[in-house]
Design a protein around this ligand. Structure first.
Ligand code: SF4
Length: 431
């Protein structure tokens, strides 16, 4: 039988193995108080959000808690992650989020660890809401694209109002609560030069920063590429160099993943490498879905046809949609170009939604050229940094300029030497 997603037969791919869900993306609200023009929920192929209840009902929350409890018992799972998502999950209310976390924690057996987090645009994140979430031990990740001009390019209200001040207020608040601040997600627009972003984000204490390329695929290529085919490639290379030379104390997950890849270590992001499906999305009506970002491909693409009302979570793990996603994450699920690619083991064919085109995922990611260039460039930079370090090690100690060393020590009040970047250069051209 021809597979509906990839256009290949099951026999051509990896054997279909069982999937274990350990993360649950719970869409407690299907609407948003912003109207970001790149949003994968509202602005792409799948418009089924229109038919979803605005908020998840108490009955659905309770049914989901029972489904999760029976699933972790049956699978002897000892740790799960709940991600509260939307739309904007704070439209559900901080109290109800805390109650949902409590309900699920109470439903699972003692000893099962339940980590909780929230992805928010920050506009409703005020002192009281944050206190409630903190008391409920719910981590918070903030979506913000950078300084005002970057944020205002895309992240506006439906009436066109800027969201910058409200989001920065939330960022300042999160900085004061590091125990619940889990990180930032920023979508890249190549019109904003990388140094602007690094200057902005380095003014805050951020536990993790994710730069995301705009969601795109072969049917809907990245904006502006038709006029300037290399714009994303050069943006990434420039951003990587800036980070590597001057801002490496900012934990940028994408670049850490590239470095891990060139060092032969596992990647920690779904934009690189292979893996297993471990996440299930639950819509506000309680239906089970595959990865939410797949909504950029085709209408209904994420639906398993199952939900809390009619099926256990184990049934979703065996659904065609999820098993096909699992197959695509294996080396044998890659397009033939990727199979032959020298960077296959690092890139892994790229993010699955970005591989889509003409009804199939049997393509390299639409950001293939960018992946190749970034990996190659990162490898060269690492080699260069290693050779600089080796040369420095071979330099006899008597050739050190002690007066300059003393000066560097005292530039900081004599308390500590200034930090060096990975390249061995003194870091931060900007404060
Ligand atoms: S760089 Fe391109 S061809 Fe190579 S694995 Fe990645 S997407 Fe495939």
């Amino acid at each position: 039988m021809t597979d509906s997603i990839t256009g290949t037969t099951a026999a051509e791919g990896a054997p279909r193995g069982a999937v274990t869900f350990t993360s649950f993306l719970i869409k407690v609200a299907s609407r948003c108080n912003l109207a970001c023009d790149y949003c994968y929920v509202y602005e792409h192929a799948d418009q089924t959000w229109r038919d979803q209840p605005r908020l998840m009902s108490s009955a659905t929350v309770e049914a989901l808690a029972q489904r999760i409890a029976e699933y972790v018992v049956a699978g002897s799972i000892d740790r799960i992650l709940l991600v509260f998502h939307g739309g904007e999950p704070l439209l559900f209310g901080a109290d109800r989020l805390a109650a949902t976390a409590r309900l699920i924690r109470d439903a699972v057996p003692k000893g099962v660890e339940v980590d909780c987090s929230l992805q928010t645009n920050g506009l409703l994140l005020k002192e009281q809401a944050l206190a409630t979430l903190e008391a409920a031990d719910i981590g918070i990740s903030l979506s913000i694209d950078g300084p005002r001009d970057a944020q205002d390019l895309h992240r506006r209200t439906a009436r066109g109002k800027s969201s910058f001040d409200g989001t920065v207020e939330a960022l300042r608040l999160l900085e004061r609560h590091p125990q619940v601040f889990s990180g930032i997600i920023a979508v890249v627009d190549t019109a904003v030069v990388p140094v602007e972003l690094f200057r902005f984000f380095s003014d805050f204490v951020i536990p993790r920063l994710d730069f995301l390329l705009p969601d795109a695929n072969h049917d809907r290529p990245p904006a502006g590429r038709e006029l300037e085919p290399d714009r994303y490639l050069w943006w990434l290379v420039e951003a990587f160099d800036l980070w590597f030379d001057a801002y490496s104390d900012l934990p940028v997950r994408t670049f850490d993943a590239v470095l891990a890849g060139v060092a032969g270590l596992p990647s920690n992001t779904d934009a690189f490498g292979f893996g297993d499906v471990s996440l299930l999305t639950i819509e506000t009506d309680g239906t089970y879905h595959d990865l939410d970002v797949l909504k950029i491909t085709e209408s209904g693409r994420t639906a398993t046809g199952l939900g809390v009302d009619n099926a256990p979570l184990a049934a979703a793990a065996m659904s065609d949609v999820i098993l096909e996603h699992q197959r695509l994450l294996q080396p044998s699920g890659l397009a033939s170009e990727c199979q032959r690619c020298p960077e296959r083991d690092i890139c892994g064919g790229g993010s699955i939604p970005h591989r889509f085109g003409s009804g199939t995922f049997n393509h390299p990611t639409v950001y293939c050229r960018e992946m190749l260039a970034l990996i190659k460039h990162a490898r060269e930079r690492v080699r260069e940094a290693i050779s600089v370090t080796s040369a420095q090690r071979r330099t006899p100690a008597r050739r050190l300029d002690l007066s300059r060393f003393d000066l560097a020590e005292s530039s900081d009040g004599g308390r500590r030497p200034r930090r060096l970047s990975r390249s061995g250069r003194q870091d931060r051209p900007h404060s």
